[in-house]
Design a protein around this ligand. Structure first.
Ligand code: SF4
Ligand code: ZN
Length: 372
């Protein structure tokens, strides 16, 4: 029998964790706007303490200012809202619905079904719930119907093993842009809006820097494109709103949105830009908006302007060479040569003898486009 050498009164006892020190509870500060309610948040950029109601009102007023000052949506506009079910497009649709009477615009949700099993169906269900709750018309356009049976899952299978599977987003971005335009035309829209926020735009600027893509950097500024070459005018009313505030708005308005990530997203280059941006923002809180504004200033550089757009010889869409980017990618897929169709940037498309579609000022379509 093993006996302890310690006298029993000296036996070690397992120390109990000390109860947490009770700090005297600090009451939340008063809302800096209404001075009645308690503040529920501090605005990430300004540090201003606001209650939920005043924050949502300020957020909506800022989007209204972006739209009015930028003359993005004229009175009478029929606006197709790119709806993915994610937080950005959900917040955009909700804010524009609030502002629609003041802007004198009408809204139509347009959702794109890329054909991504286990992902898009659930996201589309969220869009359908939103449309029903907000009594907004909804139109869904599908890749399979628009692009000769190609779904994103079929594209992924076709590129798998070619060492290019990470290029799913390259195809998807180009095709989704086209699908959204087609959906908007079907509903008689005069304008297209997408839910890109400031963080999305800053990531895009970073990616373009990292690729040394001067042409896209030059086109990346501004709040939208005026609709060159017969394309519908596009804009991004949330482009100056930070991701954190978009999430806060969704929270305080209790919006129902789909928050899972696409199965192909982890392979995308955008994820690296996102991580880099987080590090930059931790060191310099203004980094996101600085990058967005730097793109605006770069867009003024005349040397980097793209060539004047023409029309695709196959579908008539905006193109700077014989085929637009969507037709070039589909051409490569149909010929069983997706690698050549999606090579790295300019070189890959040139290998196919295919054009590069100018994208007047939208984010490049070559990476996942969060929440539309
Ligand atoms: Fe398409 Fe976005 Fe998925 Fe990429 S992450 S495949 S762009 S839906
Ligand atoms: Zn308040």
């Amino acid at each position: 029998m093993v006996t302890s050498w310690r006298p029993s009164h000296l036996k070690l006892r397992r120390s109990r964790p000390l109860p947490p020190r009770q700090e005297p509870a600090m009451p939340a500060p008063q809302c800096a706007s209404c001075r009645k309610a308690r503040a529920a948040l501090r605005r990430p950029r300004s540090g201003q303490a606001l209650c939920g109601t005043c924050f949502c009102a300020a957020f909506e007023a800022e989007v209204l200012h972006t739209v009015v000052a930028g003359r993005l949506l004229p009175p009478g506009a029929v606006v197709a809202v790119g709806a993915s079910g994610g937080k950005d497009s959900t917040v955009l649709a909700h804010v524009l619905r609030e502002l629609a009477p003041r802007l004198a615009i009408s809204l139509h949700l347009v959702a794109v079904d890329e054909g991504i099993g286990g992902y898009r169906d659930a996201a589309l269900a969220a869009v359908r719930r939103q449309a029903a709750r907000w009594e907004l018309p909804l139109t869904v356009v599908a890749y399979a119907e628009l692009f000769g049976g190609w779904t994103m899952d079929a594209v992924a299978r076709s590129t798998a093993g070619s060492g290019r599977s990470r290029s799913c987003c390259t195809f998807c971005g180009v095709l989704r842009r086209r699908a959204l335009e087609e959906g908007a035309r079907r509903v008689g829209a005069t304008h297209v809006v997408t839910g890109h926020n400031a963080d999305d735009m800053a990531e895009t600027v970073l990616m373009n820097f990292l690729r040394g893509d001067a042409g896209r950097l030059a086109r990346g500024g501004g709040l939208g494109s005026p609709g060159e070459g017969g394309a519908l005018p596009r804009c991004r009313p949330l482009q100056l709103a930070s991701q954190k505030e978009v999430v806060l708005y969704a929270h305080f308005r209790r919006l129902d949105y789909f928050s899972e990530e696409c199965v192909y997203a982890p392979e995308a280059f955008r994820g690296h830009a996102r991580e880099l941006l987080k590090l930059l923002e931790a060191a310099r809180p203004s980094a996101v908006l600085d990058l967005v504004h730097s793109a605006e200033r770069l867009a003024l550089a005349p040397a980097a302007r793209p060539p004047p757009p023409g029309a695709c010889s196959r579908c008539g869409a905006l193109a700077s060479r014989a085929l637009c980017q969507a037709c070039a990618l589909l051409d490569g897929l149909n010929r069983g040569r997706p690698r050549l169709a999606i090579g790295k940037g300019r070189r890959g498309l040139d290998e196919e003898g295919s054009p590069r579609e100018p994208q007047p000022s939208g984010p490049p379509a070559s990476e996942p486009i969060p929440g539309f």
